[in-house]
Design a protein around this ligand. Structure first.
Ligand code: ADP
Length: 550
């Protein structure tokens, strides 16, 4: 600003100076010309007297510097000239001042001499003998005048420049100071300059708009934060360079960062190579995904480029928990493998026996034994398939089964009675005690729970042992307890016996007709009834299983 004011002030000062100079020089030029002419005329009068009295002798003795003296005869012939050889000079009769002097007695003129490149003043007077005496001198040129004034002009110019500089900085300060003190938070409260009112009004309006937009943006951001904070999935928004713009708590926790990571490079927060590749692809405009181990679980990461105006302006990173999905897939794979394996053995046995029979290689007395074996294996397969079907129905949530009010005691009694022959065969005493307790549930599943628990208690018992079944109420819970004096379950297997196809002793389980699915069916059926299973088992002493229905 100082520069602009300085430039304008200088321009004005120089313009004024030049205008004044032109005016002064014009006036001076005229003044000096007049003064020179007057001086020349009085000198001519003196010289006239000298020539009248002394003739040529006066002129020859005259010593004048600066002026030219010429004596011209009435016919124009030059009689004398103090600066040139008068014999060679041309006739002067036609000269303006000579004509004028001859006619009027006195003549004057002003002429530019191209040979001398100067302006000359001429004064001529007629002498009594008819001849003319002429004096001439060169007039002060504009350049001479200017040269004479140059030091003063230079001084004035310098003073003007200094003054302009001081004035400019002073003015700038005076103008700028109130501008610097403007309260832009409340633009309309400023009263410094009336000229600023439209500008301040515009600033005020823009500020209002900005604050409206800001509160709108904040509201949207709060909404976005509230939505993303309650998400089970991790979500991070990155700019085109991979810096975090927004991250929800889940994503921050998974990447091992906190809220302060906003604004940081994602790569400094998590240095995983997989993540790096994923981001690279998204930054290149391609959607990419991968599965990573994060926060103790398996997460699927999806990076999508955010395209605006045809180029990638950011990346949206989404993280889904796929731990359960992967576990379920793993379980399904294992289950299929186990089922095939379990079915293979009885099928091979049956097929083998049938082949021997077909080829007539079995003696008639052994036929019964082979048929029995085939029957047993077929039974095993039937049990296995029944259990698998039961499990798959339970996996689907047993939604087609209806719930009703069931007497748990009566239901258990039926199961116990159906197992009594097995107990007798195994040499195990089986007894049921308790009271009638009503449970809201699915009768088929409750029967399966009671049957499988009692069946196991008999199967994994010893000859002479006992199975005590009790149905009772404890607080608001209905309980079914099956206690045996059997072989017990080793502590390391206790947490695993509810897994599908898990058996502590595989051969013993097969020997007693186990499928390895009984307890997983019990666990599933209990879950559907929100019931809890408690187990207490000591190897060699026995096992107690209690199912607690809320
Ligand atoms: P299975 O058809 O083999 O009996 P389950 O799922 O019913 O399969 O039981 C899993 C395993 O748990 C059995 O193979 C057995 O080793 C063990 N088990 C279950 N109940 C008892 C029990 N009452 N006493 C000792 N071991 C048991």
């Amino acid at each position: 600003m100082i520069k602009r004011i300085f430039r304008s002030t200088c321009l004005v000062a120089v313009a004024v100076l030049v205008a004044s100079l032109i005016l002064v020089m014009g006036v001076q030029y005229e003044y000096f010309a007049h003064a020179q002419q007057t001086q020349l005329s009085s000198q001519l009068d003196l010289a006239k007297q000298g020539v009248i009295h002394e003739g040529m002798g006066y002129l020859e003795d005259l010593s004048v510097s600066g002026s030219r003296v010429t004596w011209i005869a009435a016919d124009g012939t030059v009689l004398y000239d103090n600066q040139s050889d008068w014999d060679d000079m041309e006739n002067h009769l036609e000269r303006e001042e000579i004509q004028e002097a001859l006619a009027l007695g006195h003549g004057s003129s002003r002429r530019y001499s191209p040979t001398m490149m100067e302006q000359f003043l001429y004064e001529a007077v007629r002498l009594p003998d008819g001849s003319v005496l002429r004096l001439s001198t060169s007039q002060h040129s504009l350049v001479t005048l200017l040269m004479g004034m140059l030091p003063s002009v230079g001084l004035v110019l310098l003073l003007a420049l200094i003054l302009a500089l001081v004035l400019a900085s002073h003015t700038a300060k005076r103008v700028v100071e109130p501008l610097n003190q403007l309260d832009l938070d409340h633009p309309l409260s400023n009263v410094q300059y009336d000229e600023l009112a439209p500008l301040l009004r515009r600033i005020g309006n823009q500020q209002k708009q900005l604050s409206l937009q800001e509160s709108e943006l904040r509201r949207k951001k709060d909404e976005f934060d509230a939505v993303t904070a309650s998400m089970n999935e991790g979500l991070a928004l990155l700019n085109q360079k991979g810096y975090i713009l927004s991250i929800n708590p889940k994503a921050a926790a998974l990447l091992g960062a906190d809220k302060t990571c906003v604004g940081a490079d994602l790569m400094t927060v998590n240095r995983s190579l997989q993540l790096q590749k994923l981001l690279h692809a998204a930054q290149g405009g391609q959607r990419a995904e991968c599965v990573m181990e994060l926060g103790g679980g398996r997460y699927q990461l999806e990076a999508s480029p955010v395209i605006s105006d045809g180029s990638v302006s950011g990346v949206a990173l989404l993280m889904f928990d796929v731990t359960e999905r992967e576990q379920a897939e793993q379980m399904r794979r294992e289950f299929t493998a186990n089922v095939s394996h379990e079915l293979k053995t009885p099928l091979h046995t049956i097929s083998g026996c049938a082949e021997l029979m077909m080829q007539g290689l079995i003696k008639p007395e052994d036929e019964k034994q082979f048929a029995t074996q085939m029957y047993q294996e077929a039974q095993r397969m039937i049990h296995l398939v029944e259990d698998i079907l039961r499990l798959s129905r339970l996996d689907e949530g047993a939604e087609d089964m209806t719930r009703e009010n069931v007497d748990l005691y009566a239901l258990t009694q039926t199961a116990v009675e159906s197992l009594r022959p097995n107990a007798q065969e195994a040499g195990v005493t089986l007894q049921l005690e308790g009271e009638s307790v009503n449970v809201e549930g699915i009768p088929q599943l409750l029967s399966v729970i009671a049957f499988n628990l009692c069946d196991n208690a008999i199967k994994y018992n010893r000859r002479g042992g006992s199975v005590d079944v009790r149905v009772y109420r404890e607080g608001t819970d209905a309980c079914l307890m099956v206690k045996d004096t059997g072989i017990g379950i080793p502590p390391e297997d206790q947490s695993r016996i509810f897994e599908r196809f898990y058996r502590v002793d595989k051969s013993h389980s097969k020997e007693v007709g186990g499928t390895g699915l009984g307890l997983s069916i019990v666990k599933h059926a209990a879950m559907i009834h929100q019931a809890k299973i408690e187990m207490h088992s000591v190897v060699g002493e026995g096992t107690t299983m209690t199912v607690r229905f809320p």
